[in-house]
Design a protein around this ligand. Sequence first.
Ligand code: F6P
Length: 496
Amino acid sequence: MASFPAILSTKSWKKLTPTDKNGTLPKFDAAMVKEIGPWLIDFSRSGMTSLELKTLLEAAQECSLKEQISKAFAGERINHTEDRQVLHMSLRDQTGITPKETSDLAVAELLRLKAYAHKIRRSEITDIVNIGIGGSDLGPKLLSQALAPFATGPKVHYVSNVDPAHLEEVLVHLNPQTTLFIIVSKTFTTQETMTNALIAKAWSEGKARFCAVSASPEKVKEFGIEADDSFTIWDWVGGRFSLWSAVGLSTMISVGPEIFDEALQGAHAADVEFKEASLERNSAVLLALWDIWNINHQNFSSVALLPYEQNLEYFSRWFQQLAMESNGKKVDRDGKKINYQTSPVYWGEVGTNGQHAFYQMLHQGTQIIPCEFIGFAKSYYKNQDSQKTLLANMLAQAKAFAEGSDHKDINKQFDGHRPSITLLAQQASPKTIGGLLALYENRVMAQGFLWNIPSFDQWGVELGKKLAKNIEQHWEDGASLDEATKALLAKIRNFS
Ligand code: F6P
């Protein structure tokens, strides 16, 4: 694999002046308000000056970022730790920007999915239960909710947790004769998913319908699902990037294939920008540079994602997996331990709910947490006055974080100079939402390229899985367990 430098080792990076933790936000600079594609992205309160952004862009250039992006789209095996291509972009490719081999496979499967979605939408099915976890849950759950104004099909439920409460609370309201279970698991071995799938099968007593989405058709067959009801994903689609594949089937049935297609179009437009645009006009790159600025230059280790759009309720949870599973790494692509920070902690809540929960700390706490506002000018719902109130709150918060407010009572003082960016689009249309999610996927890829880390594996989740199996095996005897675990286990046995 060709080797690329990390952004922190470039000459340009070293030109940035050292961190000033008590720094003030630069004065308003219209050049920091970018209009790219459907978005206005306001970086004017980001904490970076246009000169600093220029230096960061030069540093990205030194990392051959454009070349790295091209390699991904060309289908090079950039997931080198698993020896795989990274081509989820093929799932939404409409102009041949990815290899024909993978985009043809995606198109063929999409046709099967659309036919199946139409069939279910015309059938007696009233409820769909998507059983899956991680990337097999968070993406479709987010997209179904984000496209709620377009939902015209059966009601969709998402069950991910192995906690019996999750599945049982859903099943209690359902009739097996009008329920379709979609078992989504790339591996078809994930403990939580397979446990819930078997419980659902037993509950159904042969009356409910089942279909599956997996990269392992053999395992799907073993489970008892016919080939006609089994949909494929491929090893070039990472789980957390998979919502555009058959993993999005629940959403497609809910909103209909035409609306799903619009989301794919929006995502593709974001890919075209990521692949073709110059670094300066590339929103995914600019967002990645903002992340790098925050964590590596300013030492801010967390970012609040604040969509002022109720239907983006699951946005921060989805992005947490995408960013933190991809880039929560401390070894570079050359296998060497690194000495700089990688993924920040992303978290968040929809506005205005967050304002009445944790914004106190964002305004007056001891830590500086960069904030990311996402808003839409128009709502799909009737009450545009409420939308105006919502947006007034979003604008007020960004202003308050930046400007602060003086007061003779120290408790009522706001220091200001707290960085934020704002992303604004006209309306949360299927196309814009598709574009937003792809933009954030591309941002995560750009981050990984610039940190020179392997973004596409997730070894860090394996140890816990292995240990949980071992503990279950030794539930009664506690054999081979450490003292702390043994003591907790003894108490659990005692309580139950
Ligand atoms: O545990 C992590 C993980 O492997 C994620 O990367 C993935 O999205 C999730 O589990 C679910 O995996 P699967 O689709 O194979 O059930």
